[in-house]
Design a protein around this ligand. Structure first.
Ligand code: NI
Length: 211
C-alpha cells in the first residue's frame, strides 16, 4: 500500500476536490527524469546526511546489520567513492563514446580506500565537496534534451540512456538514505521490544545488487 492510498482513507470525500488533495492524487503519475529536479535532489543529500550524522555518538555509525553488511561509515565511504569513480565519469564516457565504450565496472570494494583513520565528519566534508564539484561539472555540460536520450553501455545492465544514468544517481542516494535508516534502526531491534512489529524499518529487507 503506498502512502497516498493509506492517507486517502483518512480524508473526507469532500476534501478530495480541494487543491492540495487533487495535487496529491496527480502524484500517482510517474515523473519523467527532469534534469533540474534531479539536480535539486542530488544537491540536498549531503546536507541531509550531515544533519543526521554529524556528531552522532560513534556506536550509531560503526555498527552494521550483522555479518559482512555495511556500517554507516562504510555507506558514506561508498558514496564518496561513487562520486570520485562512478557517476560523473560514466556521464563523460557516455557523452564521449556512446555505446562503443562500456563503463568500467563499479568496484564495490574500493570504498574504504583512503578512509583509514578518518572520522565520519571528515567523510561528510568530503561528500559535500565532491558532490558540489560534480554538480558544477554536470551543469557546465549544458545538457540538451537530445543528449539525455543518448545511449551508453553498462557492464551489467547493457544499453542505458543518459537520462536513466542521471535518474539512477539520485535514486542511488535515496537507496543509501534508506539503508542508513535501516542500519540505525537495526541497532535498536531489541530495545523497542514489542513495537518492532509496528515499525516498518525493522521489517525492511531492501538490499541493492552491485551495479
Ligand atoms: Ni550503492
Amino acid at each position: 500500500m503506498d502512502c497516498l492510498t493509506r492517507d486517502s482513507t483518512l480524508i473526507p470525500k469532500a476534501a478530495l476536490f480541494k487543491g492540495s488533495v487533487k495535487a496529491a492524487a496527480e502524484s500517482r503519475e510517474m515523473m519523467d527524469q527532469d534534469l533540474e529536479h534531479t539536480i535539486a535532489l542530488l544537491a540536498r543529500t549531503p546536507a541531509s546526511l550531515d544533519a543526521l550524522l554529524r556528531g552522532l555518538p560513534k556506536p550509531w555509525t560503526i555498527r552494521n546489520e550483522g555479518g559482512d553488511t555495511w556500517c554507516v561509515f562504510e555507506v558514506l565511504a561508498h558514496l564518496n567513492f561513487g562520486e570520485r569513480t562512478n557517476w560523473m565519469p560514466r556521464v563523460r564516457i557516455l557523452l564521449e563514446s556512446g555505446e562503443t565504450a562500456t563503463f568500467p565496472p563499479f568496484d564495490r570494494n574500493g570504498r574504504l580506500e583512503g578512509t583509514e583513520g578518518k572520522s565520519i565528519e571528515q567523510l561528510l566534508d568530503e561528500f559535500v565537496g565532491l558532490r558540489s564539484e560534480n554538480l558544477v561539472s554536470l551543469v557546465h555540460l549544458k545538457l540538451r534534451p537530445e543528449d539525455l536520450v543518448r545511449h551508453g553501455h553498462h557492464p551489467v545492465l547493457g544499453v542505458v540512456t543518459l537520462s536513466e544514468l542521471l535518474a539512477a544517481w539520485a535514486m542511488h542516494d535515496l537507496t543509501h538514505l534508506h539503508q542508513i535508516s535501516r542500519i540505525l534502526a537495526y541497532q535498536y531491534r531489541d530495545a523497542v521490544g514489542p513495537w518492532t512489529k509496528f515499525l516498518g524499518v525493522m521489517q525492511c529487507a531492501g538490499h541493492s545488487a552491485a551495479a
